[in-house]
Design a protein. Structure first.
Length: 455
C-alpha cells in the first residue's frame, strides 16, 4: 500500500485540501479522503495523469531533421511524409524498441501516465514480414514494460497508397497488410498484450480512408468487437479532395454516414471539418484526438475547438510525431490556436471553469475514453495514474485551485514542476527523473549514431 498525502488535490468533486490517497498493490486507487495515517509520500499538489492518445513512437528519432526547405517550393505535409518514408527504411526491430523506450520515458517525465500507440511499422524493408508477424508490436510492448507506462496498443490496418487503391510505395510497404494477414498480426499482438500488466489493452486502427478501402474497413471493424477504434480523419485539404473524388463525400461526412461511430471511436486531427461536420461528430460521443504541436509542425490547420466543445464534444491530446513531448504545451497550443484564429482570449474557458481547468479535465476524460483506460480521475477504483507537482517555485508561486492549474499550463514552466508520476501505481518518476533515464538515453543515443540522418 502506498499512502499519498496531498496539500491540494483535484478530484471529481473539485479541489480538496489535505487529501489522503491510498494506492493498493493492484495499482488502483483504494481510498480518497481526509488524512488518517502516516504517508509514504507527501506532495504539494496531486493531479490525475492523462493518457497520451496518439503516438507514432519511431518518429521521435526524426525530430529536428525535417526543418530545412526541400527542392519543392511548396514544402508541405506530403513532402514531410516522403522524408519519413525514407528515414524509416533503415529501422530495425532493435532500433524501434530503443526509440520507443526513450519516447515512453519522456512521456512519463512530461506527465502522461499511459499511451495509445498508433503502431503501423509492421514489416521489414520492402514489406517482407518478419518470422513473427507481430515482431514490431512485440518491440513496442517490450519498450512499454521497460518504461513502466500504461499501454493501449493500436495495430494499424494499412492496405493501399490512396483512395484509387494504388500499390504502396517504398516505405509504405512496411505498413501494408491485406485483411487476413492483418487479423493474424492483430491476434498475435493481442496474445502478447494479454501476458502483460492488467492495465495494458489493445484496440484497432484503420489508418485512414486513403489507406483502407470501404470493404477492408468493414471487414476489419466487424472483427473488432471490443476495444477502441482509432483512425486519422480530415487532416489535410488534399485528403478531403481525394476522398470526395473517389468516395463521393468528405471524410467525416462519409464515415458518419456509413458507420456507427460512437464512444469507442477516436478520430485523429479532424482539422478540416465544416461546421456541420463538427457538430455531427460532437453528437456521436467519439473523441476528437488532437495533437496541436504536430498539427502546427505539419501545417495541418486549426481544429474547431470552440465550436466542437461548445456542442458537447469530447477531446483528448496526443504527441503524434513526438517532435516535442510536452503535455502542458499541447493544451496551451490548442487554446492559443483558437485565440489566433478568432482574435480572442480565454477562448475555451467557461463561466464555471478557467481555461486550464477545462483543458486539463478534457485531456483526462478524452484520453481515458480513447484508450479504454479506467483512469483520468482521482477516485476509488480508478488506476492510480497520478502526477505530483512542486508548487513552491517562480512559475506557480504556491497558488491554489484553478489559478494554479492555469499557471502550470500557461507560464511555460509546467514540465519543470513535475516531481513524481505514477502509472497504475508504478512510481516511475521521482524528483522529476525517470528511474531508467540513464540506461534508456544511452541506448537511444547509440541508435541515433547508427542511423543515417541526412534525409
Amino acid at each position: 500500500m502506498q499512502v499519498i498525502h496531498a496539500e491540494q488535490a483535484l478530484t471529481p468533486e473539485g479541489w480538496q485540501s489535505d487529501v489522503e490517497v491510498q494506492v493498493g498493490t493492484t495499482g488502483r486507487i483504494e481510498h480518497v479522503g481526509p488524512v488518517t495515517q502516516p504517508a509514504t509520500h507527501r506532495v504539494p499538489l496531486l493531479l490525475p495523469a492523462p493518457t497520451n492518445l496518439h503516438s507514432h513512437a519511431f518518429q521521435r528519432a526524426m525530430a529536428g531533421l525535417t526543418e530545412a526547405r526541400g527542392p519543392d517550393p511548396s514544402d508541405s505535409f506530403w513532402s514531410w511524409r516522403r522524408l519519413m518514408y525514407k528515414f524509416l527504411g533503415q529501422l530495425t526491430p532493435e532500433h524501434v524498441e530503443a526509440i520507443a523506450a526513450q519516447v515512453f520515458m519522456e512521456m512519463l517525465e512530461a506527465g502522461y501516465a499511459a499511451v495509445a500507440e498508433f503502431h503501423y511499422l509492421h514489416h521489414a524493408t520492402g514489406g517482407t514480414p518478419y518470422d513473427s508477424l507481430s515482431e514490431m508490436s512485440d518491440r513496442i510492448i517490450a519498450a512499454s514494460l521497460q518504461a513502466g507506462i500504461g499501454l493501449t496498443l493500436l495495430p494499424v490496418y494499412y492496405q493501399f497508397g490512396g483512395c484509387d487503391q494504388r500499390d504502396l510505395i517504398a516505405g509504405q510497404d512496411r505498413f501494408g497488410n491485406d485483411p487476413e494477414r492483418f487479423q493474424e498480426l492483430h491476434a498475435q499482438a493481442a496474445a502478447q498484450i494479454a501476458k502483460g500488466p492488467s492495465d495494458h489493452a489493445i484496440g484497432v486502427a484503420p489508418h485512414s480512408l486513403r489507406a483502407v478501402n470501404p470493404s477492408g474497413l468493414k471487414e476489419v471493424l466487424s472483427a473488432a468487437e471490443v476495444g477502441p477504434i482509432h483512425m486519422h480523419l480530415a487532416e489535410q485539404v488534399a485528403e478531403i479532395e481525394e476522398v470526395l473524388a473517389y468516395l463521393g463525400a468528405r471524410p467525416t461526412e462519409w464515415l458518419l454516414d456509413k458507420h456507427n461511430v460512437d464512444d469507442r471511436w477516436c478520430l485523429i486531427h479532424c482539422t478540416q471539418m465544416t461546421d456541420a461536420e463538427t457538430h455531427a461528430l460532437a453528437r456521436t460521443g467519439a473523441v476528437a484526438g488532437l495533437c496541436p504541436i504536430t498539427e502546427a509542425s505539419l501545417g495541418d490547420g486549426i481544429f474547431q475547438g470552440t465550436r466542437f466543445l461548445g456542442a458537447g464534444g469530447t477531446v483528448g491530446f496526443g504527441s503524434d510525431s513526438n517532435i516535442h513531448i510536452a503535455l502542458f504545451d499541447e493544451l496551451k497550443a490548442l487554446e492559443y490556436s483558437q485565440r489566433l484564429r478568432d482574435r480572442s482570449r480565454a477562448a475555451l474557458a467557461t463561466s464555471e471553469k478557467s481555461t486550464g481547468r477545462l483543458l486539463f479535465g478534457a485531456a483526462n476524460r478524452g484520453g481515458a475514453q480513447a484508450a479504454a483506460r479506467d483512469a483520468g480521475r482521482i477516485s476509488p477504483g480508478a488506476w492510480a495514474d497520478l502526477i505530483a507537482i512542486e508548487t513552491d517555485n517562480a512559475f506557480l508561486c504556491n497558488r491554489r485551485g484553478d489559478a494554479l492549474l492555469d499557471s502550470l499550463i500557461f507560464t511555460g514552466g509546467g514540465a519543470d514542476c513535475i516531481r513524481d508520476v505514477w502509472s497504475a501505481g508504478r512510481h516511475v518518476v521521482e524528483n522529476g527523473r525517470h528511474f531508467q533515464r540513464g540506461a534508456m538515453e544511452t541506448r537511444f543515443k547509440e541508435v541515433m549514431r547508427q542511423l543515417e540522418t541526412d534525409i
